[in-house]
Design a protein around this ligand. Structure first.
Ligand code: SF4
Ligand code: SF4
Length: 60
């Protein structure tokens, strides 16, 4: 099962991941991206590709 892992030290809370994820895996809370629905991840890697700071890695 794929799931995204966020490096909190790199995350700026920009919200791009929450916008591009087609299944609502992320929520921005207190200025950081949180993985709130990891079970929904389909492994499309849109978040990993589009995060401007490279904070997301999608792991299997
Ligand atoms: S796209 Fe990257 S920097 Fe922006 S909120 Fe998501 S993890 Fe953080
Ligand atoms: S890999 Fe795709 S489905 Fe999974 S969290 Fe990232 S954008 Fe969402």
């Amino acid at each position: 099962m794929p799931k995204p892992v966020v490096d909190m030290n790199k995350c700026t809370g920009c919200g791009t991941c929450a916008s591009v994820c087609p299944v609502g895996v992320f929520e921005i809370k207190e200025g950081k991206a949180h993985v709130v629905k990891p079970e929904e991840c389909i492994g499309c890697r849109a978040c990993e590709t589009q995060c401007p700071t490279g904070a997301i890695k999608v792991v299997e």
